[in-house]
Ligand binder design. Structure first.
Ligand code: MN
Length: 226
């Protein structure tokens, strides 16, 4: 088995004070690497804050190498410029942009700070799981729905799901270059960036571009209250 390159890692945080309410926060980290032998990856991600929320996106452009990397970059650019749109509108916009070209698969999660809700829409092969806060034993990892299809090609019905978030809930989004069993045995007590690196180290395949993004929702500690 070919040895994967050391992944490129990135991390960051966002916070959004709400008048008279607790301040929601998002901490995120990512690990990614192209298919061994390629310089560029067709897998890309985005964490884009907007007025009342933040858009989280992971895109896997069909194919590999430079052409896939260009398509992924243009798709991410489109998503970033319209981050406050609904996930359905975003997928439609990307679908039009990618029409008659190699398409892409993608999963989008749009967090709305005031309502503390996340709206999820997945097309193709970018998996998403929501790990409940604190990893309490009886709480189960929730696998988010991803419908078969290709944005820019055969688009399925767009039916987003909406989930209420609690402090510590962790969203993990991974392209199909990460073995889907990554959610079966998640280590506890890791912050987003070490968790992304752990998942990459144990589950990245050597046969595809690979990317995993971990984003943890929270409420600022001094405002959490009893
Ligand atoms: Mn892939």
């Amino acid at each position: 088995m070919e040895i994967l390159k050391t992944p490129t890692v990135q991390w960051g945080a966002a916070a959004a004070p709400q008048p008279g309410r607790k301040t929601p926060t998002l901490q995120w980290g990512a690990a990614e690497a192209p298919l061994p032998g390629q310089n560029e990856s067709g897998d890309r991600f985005l964490v884009e804050p907007f007025n009342n929320g933040v858009l989280i996106a992971v895109v896997d452009a069909l194919g590999h190498g430079h052409r896939a990397a260009q398509i992924a970059a243009q798709t991410i650019d489109t998503l970033a410029r319209h981050a406050c749109d609904s996930v359905t509108a975003l997928v439609r916009r990307c679908h039009e942009m990618l029409h008659d070209r190699h398409g892409a698969t993608m999963s989008l999660a749009s967090l709305d700070w005031p309502s503390r809700r996340m709206t999820w829409l997945g097309i193709g092969n970018v998996a998403g799981v929501l790990v409940p806060h604190a990893f309490v034993a009886e709480a189960r990892v929730k696998h988010l729905l991803v419908r078969g299809g290709v944005v820019g090609g055969d688009l399925p019905d767009l039916q987003p799901s909406t989930i209420m978030l609690a402090h510590g809930d962790t969203l993990i989004v991974a392209t199909d270059g990460i073995d889907e069993q990554f959610a079966d045995q998640l280590p506890q007590d890791l912050t987003p960036q070490p968790l992304a690196e752990h998942i990459f180290a144990h589950y990245a395949k050597s046969t595809d571009d690979a990317l995993v993004l971990v984003a943890r929702y929270g409420v600022a500690a001094d405002e959490r209250g009893p």
